[in-house]
Design a protein around this ligand. Structure first.
Ligand SMILES: [Ca+2]
Length: 109
């Protein structure tokens, strides 16, 4: 399973280019630009599985840092500020990591 089977390469490129400058990443905007906001809950869950690199059932801060690189290997890593803001925005139960339900709620709401 890879992201390119769910999202179009052009949409991914566009979303990555939009946040090339450090600290310009906005998760909501990214999910819209790459087309994920319009996908089914099942597809969003598949994407979650790819982002959860160690298959722990959660996206931890260390994995979140490399968020853009899962979409495109040449993309930059997120800055600490972006990683923390992303985590805060999604982490409803404040356990310091993003669960599948939290990810889905963030992407689809
Ligand atoms: Ca994980």
């Amino acid at each position: 399973m890879s992201l390119s089977s769910i999202l179009s390469a052009d949409a991914i490129d566009g979303a990555i280019k939009d946040c090339q400058a450090p600290d310009s990443f906005c998760p909501k905007k990214f999910f819209q630009l790459c087309g994920l906001s319009k996908k089914s809950p099942q597809d969003v869950k598949k994407v979650f599985g790819i982002l959860d690199n160690d298959a722990s059932g959660f996206i931890e801060e260390e994995e979140l840092k490399f968020f853009l690189q899962r979409f495109s290997p040449g993309a930059r890593v997120l800055t600490d500020t972006e990683t923390k803001a992303f985590l805060c925005a999604a982490d409803d139960d404040s356990d310091g990591r993003i669960g599948a339900d939290e990810f889905q709620a963030m992407v689809l709401s």
